[in-house]
Design a binder for this molecule. Structure first.
Ligand code: TMP
Length: 217
């Protein structure tokens, strides 16, 4: 399937929204359906990207906003070139736990970095690819904080108002791009949410297949 180009699906949301659990559930559905796929996370997914992740999340470091922004972009650039683009070119479904919207929401809306600059850097880091579908798991900051582990990493340690801005930023992105971003209420039961997300993915696949010409086969 999807011979000419794969599909890029991203999962987004504030820390503690249950995004990574949903990534695992969606991966299970993809496995059961026999669709060729890869799952990656950001920052990470390459040797250098995983090392950058350690630095970014390490509580012992205090990073400037610029350094933070550029490190996320460096990890993204590596992941895109080494993993995402080859998988898309091979016609696979790429499931990415966080991608470009995370930088807009966190460093942009949360931290105050210029949104235009982030969009420009995102284009540079990704070669201009954009997700075919983004699932935004939306949850109140108070509830998300209660779900997180006992020890907070460097990003989780940012204050309540920062995370509130991140959540509002995500919702604003969804308002600007409703055709790409589907907002899912993250407060419900996890298997039910998983079924809803799988339905969104199936709709996308069906749309893509119906748009193809016979030349694609
Ligand atoms: P997570 O992968 O466990 O969700 O953790 C990654 C953390 O990094 C999370 O707090 C969100 C943050 N982040 C950014 O601030 N900007 C980004 O561009 C990305 C990809 C993640």
């Amino acid at each position: 399937m999807l011979k000419t180009r794969g599909l890029l699906i991203t999962l987004e949301g504030i820390d503690g929204c249950g995004k990574s659990t949903q990534a695992v559930i969606l991966q299970r559905y993809l496995e059961e359906s026999g669709l060729p796929h890869v799952m990656v996370r950001e920052p990470g997914g390459t040797a250098v990207g995983e090392d950058i992740r350690q630095v970014l999340l390490d509580n012992h470091y205090s990073l400037s906003l610029q350094a933070e922004l550029l490190l996320y972009m460096a990890a993204r650039s590596e992941l895109t070139e080494q993993v995402i683009l080859p998988a898309l070119q091979a016609g696979k479904v790429v499931l990415c736990d966080r991608f470009t919207d995370s930088t807009l929401a966190y460093q942009g809306y949360g931290g105050g970095a210029d949104l235009g600059l982030i969009r420009l850097l995102n284009r540079k880091a990704t070669g201009g690819i954009s997700p075919d579908l983004t699932v935004l798991l939306d949850l109140a900051v108070e509830e998300a904080a209660g779900r997180r582990g006992a020890t907070a990493d460097r990003m989780e340690s940012k204050d309540f108002r920062y995370h509130q801005r991140v959540r509002c930023g995500y919702l604003e992105i969804a308002r600007w791009e409703p055709q790409r971003v589907s907002v899912v209420d993250a407060s419900g039961e996890k298997e039910k949410k998983g079924r809803n997300i799988w339905q969104l993915v199936q709709n996308l696949i069906n749309r893509r297949l119906s748009m193809r010409t016979t030349d694609d086969f």
